[in-house]
Design a binder for this molecule. Structure first.
Ligand SMILES: [Zn+2]
Length: 427
């Protein structure tokens, strides 16, 4: 199959490419890039005038919910949401049922995702670091890596025991994989449901203090430094976390981190609505934290934007705030929020945006890089950064609709993705 993209604005920061050109793709491979390519027979031609073609985006923190929670999301619906949101690849987290702590579960996910949408979106499973994510015994890491796991995490739960964390970092490093930590000291977080501060006091809701996150990041960086291995902090949310990681990077420690679109967009003020779609873990923080996160994104302290896409059914969220599960869907709003909240206010350039959505996460996970050069696989996210649109959760491809961004007007959207020889349009 031949695809001809006309007038594409190609931006590939890893290759220092920023040019307008035509791209010819034959059987999924980039055959030619030139100012003008004329169409031969049997070519699907698309005019991309005004659109940006970037190396395919990857979301390194997604909950696909299958196996075990198919009423929230299935691999098929999750990947459909990913493709529509602009992601050619996702990493799926291990808190499924059964959890991804056994090679058979990794194989199940790999096989199902290869069939979903004919394999349009690449899926990289993140396996549990400990058996049943209980923090008591390491998972069979070698078998998990052989089956296709790309990293280890007990996400949803922290690895609390420092000795267990040390072993997990050591063994995963021996296998060339990173540990992704859900940083939360549970003794400090207790049964909190929102950020500790003025808003939690005035609403009378049990709080989660910033220090619950920061103390674990601080500890884990010490463990990683002691062991001499890389470490990745998932979904950081506080000004203190940004500063701890900034200092670690100044010491040249191999520490990386990610942030979600909701943590650079919303504050705990949103919880005043008691909308359970403002309940997430880590919780929405204060304006000081949001400002620090934006600065951390700008100065490179924060490497990656990841969604922590956490689908929950309508019934599960339609309960008292205290009872509701944590988490929101994010795959279909991430690119729009990042362009609206970060690129338009000039916090990030388009190049930096592409680094955080595509280049940095692949580097951190030691995945093959994606380049827009002749001879490489065509793996593109095509952006329309001018498109104004309204978030309508009813239109989400995700099985769940739990978003706090419904009704919001965003600027910038994924136009299409190209991967594994297929093109998929968002609208
Ligand atoms: Zn988490």
């Amino acid at each position: 199959m031949k695809i001809l993209l006309k007038n594409a604005h190609i931006i590939d920061p890893s290759e220092n490419i920023d040019q307008v050109a035509d791209i010819l793709i034959v059987d999924g491979i980039i055959k030619k890039i030139a100012p003008k390519i004329s169409a031969s027979e049997n070519v699907q031609e698309y005019d991309l005038d005004g659109k940006i073609v970037a190396p395919g985006f990857i979301d390194m923190h997604v909950h696909l919910r299958e196996p075990g929670y198919e009423h929230k999301e299935t691999i098929e619906t999750g990947l459909s949401a990913a493709a529509t949101g602009g992601f050619t690849a996702v990493c799926c987290m291990p808190n499924t049922n059964p959890p991804i702590d056994d090679a058979s579960v990794v194989k199940f996910i790999k096989e199902k995702s290869a069939k979903a949408l004919n394999g349009l979106v690449d899926v990289y499973p993140v396996a549990a670091a400990t058996k049943n994510r209980e923090g008591k015994e390491l998972s069979p890491m070698i078998e998990l890596v052989e089956a296709g796991a790309v990293a280890f995490s007990d996400d949803g739960s922290p690895i609390e025991n420092p000795e267990m964390m040390r072993r997990a970092v050591e063994y995963s490093n021996m296998l060339g994989k990173i540990i992704i930590q859900h940083s939360e000291d549970r003794a400090l977080a207790k049964l909190g449901v929102m950020n500790e501060g003025l808003v939690s006091t005035s609403l009378g809701l049990p709080p989660i203090p910033s220090i619950a996150e920061e103390i674990l990041i601080d500890r884990d960086i010490r463990i990683a430094e002691y062991v001499g291995a890389p470490y990745h902090a998932a979904h950081i949310s506080t000004a203190g976390s940004v500063e701890i990681i900034r200092q670690a990077k100044k010491k040249n420690l191999p520490v990386t981190c990610e942030v979600t679109p909701h943590h650079f967009t919303l504050t705990d003020d949103a919880v005043r609505t008691f909308d359970t779609n403002t309940k997430m873990n880590p919780p929405l923080r204060t304006q000081v934290d949001v400002d620090a996160i934006r600065e951390g994104l700008r100065d490179g302290t924060i490497d990656v934007i990841a969604t922590d896409h956490a689908p929950h059914s309508f019934d599960e969220k339609e309960v008292e705030f205290l009872e509701a599960p944590f988490g929101i869907v994010g795959l279909e709003t991430a690119v729009g929020l990042a362009i609206t909240e970060l690129v338009i206010p000039k916090i990030l350039s388009i190049n930096q945006l592409i680094e955080k959505f595509s280049i940095n996460p692949r580097k951190i996970l030691s995945l093959p890089s994606v380049k827009i050069i002749v001879g490489e696989k065509a793996n593109f996210t095509i952006l329309d950064i001018q498109k104004q649109w309204n978030v309508d959760a009813k239109k989400f491809k995700s099985k769940s609709k739990n978003t706090p961004f419904g009704g919001r007007t965003l600027i910038g959207k994924c136009y299409a993705i190209i991967n594994n020889g297929m093109i998929h349009f968002s609208d």
